[in-house]
Design a protein around this ligand. Structure first.
Ligand code: PMP
Length: 439
């Protein structure tokens, strides 16, 4: 193998040949050349503890040997056929998905990404209801196609000024910045009831579907209150709408259950998935009830969707999550981390909020806990300092001021301690800088 490029050389080449719209983390990014479970290695041989898992995707570890071996065996036998031929991995995966998803969800369509999964789900909902409009949530992220970007409600990802028509947005269940100025203990779930306001005031009164992430990932690990989805489910049912949950980030064990919506005690009509589903292999999909699936009469071909390699990777990922008891681990370590992060919050006013479930956690940074002014510069600085310290975390939120912790689920308690130590150090440094800035 040739010598790796230096990070500066690689960055210059990327800037020469890749469109500038493709953003990258860090002022001084590293050249990542190798991964090993919860660790990544750069071209200088430095090791990083990865708490972002390739944007919440490498659910069971980088180059997980068990997953990789099954993929290698499969690639040696059969690599590609497309969906118009019968192959076992795709069909076996569909059967597994029916077993691990809640309620009556049974029929799958495999895709290559979360974006495509959401496209497919909306099409199903429109055909099933014979209606067109969609209600989504503010701060949502659903992908990069015209439709998925139109369902996305974060300005920086809504680059096309002419979105798909017929989409309206309800208020976000964002308790830290409650759109109604309430605190959770004194709220009447006005945000959930807003779905009905939106139906009555911004649509014809009969939309096809409601779509929401169980917990918004890009939106900043927004964690709806316990009864939020019960109220929304009842509203959508009363209005004859499909209830579609996007589990692209929260799915596949990360929150401590197979799917995040299971924490909320409601059964969706459609679940969309991707990311953690294939541990980094390109796969997505949607699963729905037999009645909804049957409503799409036109033929569907997906050249790569459910290909033997990605489907095998997904089956191996699901098996690994089960065999290594990673959902129990996500619950236990998630609680451990939440406690430790809340301890940090007491130490540093820069930390405005700590939230999440399992290994999908968010730490929101603010210039001042009273004004809650988003601390964007400081958040970027924390990311860079932690990287220099050998720890990778993600960033999200409408204002880009939320640290996202979505590691491979194979991390240990020691890794959690390392994360907290590194975050404490970075936040202490940035807090001092902020104090001197504000005088
Ligand atoms: N839905 C959610 C909730 C996501 O977070 C993402 C990706 N960040 C998508 C959909 C789109 O997935 P993909 O990038 O695989 O198209």
């Amino acid at each position: 193998m040739s010598e790796p490029l230096t990070p500066a050389e690689l960055l210059a080449k990327r800037q020469q040949y890749m469109a500038p719209t493709l953003a990258h983390y860090y002022e001084r990014p590293m050249n990542l050349v190798r991964g090993e479970m919860q660790h990544l290695f750069d071209s200088d041989g430095r090791r990083y503890l990865d708490f972002f898992a390739g944007i919440c995707t490498v659910s069971v570890g980088h180059s997980n040997p068990q997953v990789n071996q099954r993929v290698i065996d499969q690639i040696g036998r059969l690599q590609h056929t497309s969906t118009v031929f019968l192959t076992e991995p795709m069909v076996n995966l569909a059967e597994r998905l029916a077993q691990i998803t809640p309620g009556r969800l049974q029929m799958s369509i495999m895709t290559n990404s979360g974006t495509e999964a959401n496209e497919t789900a909306v099409l199903l909902a429109k055909r099933f209801t014979g209606r067109n409009e969609i209600v989504a949530l503010k701060h949502a992220y659903h992908g990069r196609s015209w439709l998925a970007a139109s369902l996305t409600a974060i300005a920086s990802y809504r680059v096309d000024p002419v979105p798909v028509p017929g989409i309206s947005f309800a208020e976000n269940p964002y308790c830290y910045r409650c759109p109604y100025g309430k605190v959770p203990s004194a709220c009447a779930l006005e945000c959930a009831k807003d779905v009905e306001n939106v139906i009555k005031t911004q649509t014809t009164g009969a939309p096809a579907t409601f779509v929401a992430e169980t917990m918004q990932g890009v939106g900043g690990i927004i964690t709806p209150p316990p009864d939020y989805f019960k109220v929304v489910r009842e509203i959508t049912q009363r209005h004859g709408m499909v209830f579609h949950i996007d589990e692209v980030q929260a799915g596949f064990g990360r929150t401590g259950r197979w799917f995040g919506i299971e924490h909320y005690g409601v059964e969706p009509d459609i679940i969309t998935m991707a990311k953690g589903m294939g541990n980094g292999f390109a796969i997505g999909g949607c699963i729905t009830t037999p009645e909804i699936a049957e409503s799409l009469k036109a033929g569907t071909i997906n050249t790569f969707g459910g290909n033997p390699i990605s489907a095998t990777a997904s089956l191996a990922t699901i098996d690994y999550i089960e065999q290594a008891h990673l959902m129990a681990q996500a619950r236990e370590l998630g609680d451990y981390l939440l406690d430790a992060l809340r301890g940090l919050q007491e130490e540093f006013p820069l930390i405005g909020d700590v939230r999440g479930k399992g290994l999908m956690l968010g730490v929101e940074l603010v210039e001042d806990p009273r004004s809650k002014l988003p601390a964007l510069v400081e958040t970027k600085r924390v990311l860079e300092l932690m990287k220099d310290d050998g720890v990778i975390v993600g960033r999200g939120g409408l204002h880009g001021n939320v640290l996202r912790l979505q590691p491979p689920m194979v991390i240990t308690r020691g890794d959690c301690d390392r994360l907290v130590t590194s975050m404490r150090r970075a936040i202490a440094t940035v807090s001092e800088q902020l104090a001197s800035k504000t005088g």
